[in-house]
Design a protein around this ligand. Structure first.
Ligand SMILES: Nc1ncnc2c1ncn2[C@@H]1O[C@H](COP(=O)(O)OP(=O)(O)O)[C@@H](O)[C@H]1O
Ligand SMILES: [Mg+2]
Length: 310
């Protein structure tokens, strides 16, 4: 069973007196596998929040359909089995972390010892056990985001949907959220989250989709999208390399630059890497490092969005 299936999902907003239309989402097709961390990538205004709002039943599709855990999104009951963190969550700031989670647990009809145990578990998961009795108004943005994720998990959902969970956070806060997402994956949950922050997506997602102006531009693993085989160049740093070896390597089309004890060798592709390494080692040189330069997802993403032409 696919936790999430989206077929031809479309949303057209009508705005203003003239009822001008904005096509926020244009026939989106997407299927998410069980246990996957799926990144939904796109610039501001790409249609990420619209997609998530459609899935959550907060706005209605102009066309198309979607199923969460094999139930239509039009079925209100489907919300019982998903966790959701909106883009700008609202927090009752006078509640403590514990009271906040108790409130949401009770909304799902959980209570008593079951709820107490669940809250202990979730506070531990998001590393907030020590802050459990502190009011939310004293929380940093990163702490609020973590408690928001804990709230999204109170009903033990199979599918967790997070809208820009890392946005507005500092590098430490972003890493914390990434770690939580990976822990959820280990627990067997499926995570669908949106982001415009590439490195975060690159690091933790099994697959990603790139959305550009409401249209799906690409779906695949990071390696597939960034073209794992498309090594653009190779940089090799070596030590104790003789002049005759350098000359030999340059004959193969490499460039070599001395930097103190080190020599920096640049190759246009990976065809002669083994030859170069072998030659250096044979004359008792030492390889210090080897760095293949690939097209990053960032470059891919910019190309797909047509943004690199600006
Ligand atoms: N309620 C709305 N009414 C009219 N237009 C909207 C509404 N919500 C979003 N849009 C428009 O739809 C497009 C997609 O927005 P959104 O889904 O919020 O993108 P993202 O989350 O990727 O930044 C944008 O052009 C935005 O201005
Ligand atoms: Mg958004």
């Amino acid at each position: 069973m696919k936790p999430l299936r989206i077929h031809g999902l479309t949303k057209e907003y009508r705005i203003g007196f003239s009822r001008r239309s904005v096509l926020a989402l244009d026939h989106l097709d997407l299927e998410i596998d069980e246990g996957e961390v799926f990144g939904f990538l796109g610039h501001n205004g790409a249609g990420k929040t619209t997609t998530i709002k459609l899935l959550m039943g907060l706005v209605y599709p102009t066309a198309g359909e979607a199923w969460i855990l094999d139930r239509s999104i039009r079925d209100v009951g489907v919300k019982q089995s998903i966790g959701f963190l909106p883009e700008s969550p609202f927090f009752y700031e006078y509640l403590t972390a514990e009271e906040f989670l108790t409130f949401y647990g009770q909304l799902f009809g959980i209570g008593g010892v079951t709820l107490t145990k669940k809250i202990d578990e979730l506070l531990e998961l998001v590393s907030m056990t020590d802050a459990r009795r502190r009011p939310l108004r004293k929380f940093s943005k990163g702490m609020l985001q973590r408690i928001g994720i804990a709230q999204a998990l109170i009903n033990d959902p199979k599918l967790v949907i997070l809208d820009e969970p890392m946005s507005g956070l500092d590098p430490v806060g972003r890493r914390d959220v990434r770690d939580i997402i990976l822990r959820l994956k280990q627990e067997g949950k499926t995570i669908f989250f949106s982001s415009h922050i590439l490195p975060d997506v690159e690091m933790i997602c099994d697959r990603i989709a790139v959305l550009v102006k409401g249209r799906l531009k690409a779906v695949g693993t990071v390696q597939e999208l960034a073209g794992a085989s498309s090594v653009t160049s190779i940089e090799l740093v070596a030590q104790d390399v003789s002049e005759s070896t350098v000359a030999g390597i340059q004959d193969w089309g490499a460039t070599a630059t001395r930097r103190g004890h080190h020599i920096l060798i640049k190759l246009e592709d990976d065809k002669r890497v083994n030859d170069v390494i072998e030659r250096i080692i044979r004359q008792n040189g030492r390889i210090v490092s080897l760095t293949p330069h690939k097209q990053s997802l960032e470059e891919f993403f910019l190309t797909e969005s047509g943004m690199n032409r600006i």
